[in-house]
Design a protein around this ligand. Structure first.
Ligand SMILES: C[S@@+](CC[C@H](N)C(=O)[O-])C[C@H]1O[C@@H](n2cnc3c(N)ncnc32)[C@H](O)[C@@H]1O
Length: 363
């Protein structure tokens, strides 16, 4: 049995685990969202299976590679080695906390997961109220692994270009150790992003919004920035019309460059325009999905209520089916939704760039 620890954005674990079930089918024996109550994590147990290669030889199916190549909602795929809960580790004296981590890791047979001849590094992640830093964790876990592997040969550490990356995570009281098969770049950093918009949306969250919308028919992102949502939709093989509307030339050009890099330029219609005059560009559209400009990012927060209210009154003239929007500006969006006769059919909080953003599905 193989255990994978999967990471994604906080608040979309249900959508990511649905994707994993769709991708891995009946190989999944058990799937757990938020193990130890840790948001943004999914633990999945799969039964190992084989496939026949082109020469008819039996090979073990590589679930981790398959998820790295096919998932749209995950950030990392980690082969879980061990996990535990360290009661009271938050605010604990740093020496004591590190000793507990070291003792735990020293007992784990890491030699079953790597060859001693392979170079390794430990990358760490920490979130919570600890007296230890993520650098301390990487150091102590690295030491414990090094000492354990020394029993079997001469281990090699390579911090820049390791063959094997161990990932140690301390989140609240939960501790996870595994092998990070994704590498140093999270999967949400898509290779097509050649134009980096200052407020771009993570592609994993763009896909979560698409999942919430379940679009079919014509589709618009009326504040499309660098095009993340339309591009990710086009990459899913979407058959309906996709429109990317943006007020600023620089960003719209960036969206075109990104779409070219993604190989979906001809699948998207790009319009330079103002979302508060939406009905001038189209008579009707089935779905609208967007991350709206937030006060924090555009600098002038006082403009937001008016912007949302004008946009939603225009949207009310053209939207046929459903809209999905995210923003930090809860009051402004809820007022604009209500004033324009829309109903909120779903709401959730999603973690994005250290903030909790509100996602709404409206009809
Ligand atoms: C939060 S960003 C969207 C980022 C985008 N999702 C991405 O991943 O790149 C909001 C975008 O709305 C654009 N914008 C602001 N006011 C607008 C308006 N009235 N009409 C259309 N676009 C507007 C901004 O220029 C910005 O690019």
């Amino acid at each position: 049995m193989l255990k994978l620890l999967l990471t994604t954005a906080q608040g979309i674990e249900d959508l990511a685990s649905r994707e994993v079930l769709n991708l891995l089918g009946d190989s999944v024996v058990r799937i757990e969202e938020k193990p130890f109550n840790v948001e943004g994590r999914i633990l999945v147990e799969v039964k190992e299976k084989e496939y026949k290669d082109e020469k008819g030889r039996k090979r073990p199916f590589d679930f981790a590679t398959y998820l790295n190549e096919n998932s749209r909602l995950l950030h990392r795929v980690i082969v879980e080695i061990a996990s535990t809960k360290f009661e009271g580790i938050e605010r604990e004296d740093p020496e004591k906390a590190l000793k507990r981590i070291e003792d735990f890791v020293s007992e784990i047979p890491v030699e079953k997961f790597v060859k001693v001849s392979e170079s390794f590094a430990v990358r760490s992640f920490r979130e919570g109220e600890h007296e230890v830093t993520s650098v301390d964790i990487a150091r102590i876990v690295g030491k414990a692994i090094f000492e354990r592997l020394s029993r079997f040969g001469t281990p090699r550490v390579n911090l820049d270009h390791p063959t094997v990356i161990f990932r140690a995570e301390l989140i609240g009281e939960a501790f996870f150790l595994g092998i990070d098969t994704t590498g140093d770049h999270s999967l949400h950093r898509r290779p097509w992003r050649v134009y980096d918009h200052p407020a771009h949306l993570k592609s994993s969250i763009a896909n979560a919004l698409i999942e919430l919308a379940q679009p079919e028919g014509s589709f618009i992102d009326p504040f499309c920035g660098s095009g993340t949502i339309p591009i990710e939709l086009a990459l899913r093989g979407y058959e309906g019309k996709i429109i990317c509307l943006e007020k600023y030339h620089k960003h719209l050009n960036g969206a075109k460059m990104n779409a070219l890099a993604a190989g979906v330029y001809d699948k998207i219609e790009f319009i330079l325009g103002d979302a508060t005059r939406l009905s001038e560009y189209l008579e009707s559209v089935d779905f609208a999905v967007s991350n709206l400009p937030y006060g924090l990012k555009i600098g002038r927060r006082s403009m937001i209520p008016e912007l949302y209210s004008k946009f939603l009154s225009e949207l009310a003239k053209v939207l046929e089916k459903r809209g999905v929007f995210i923003t930090t500006e809860k009051n402004a969006i809820e007022r604009a939704i209500e004033e324009n006769g829309f109903k909120i059919i779903h709401h959730r909080l999603i973690g994005h760039g250290g903030l909790r953003v509100h996602a709404y599905v409206i009809e």
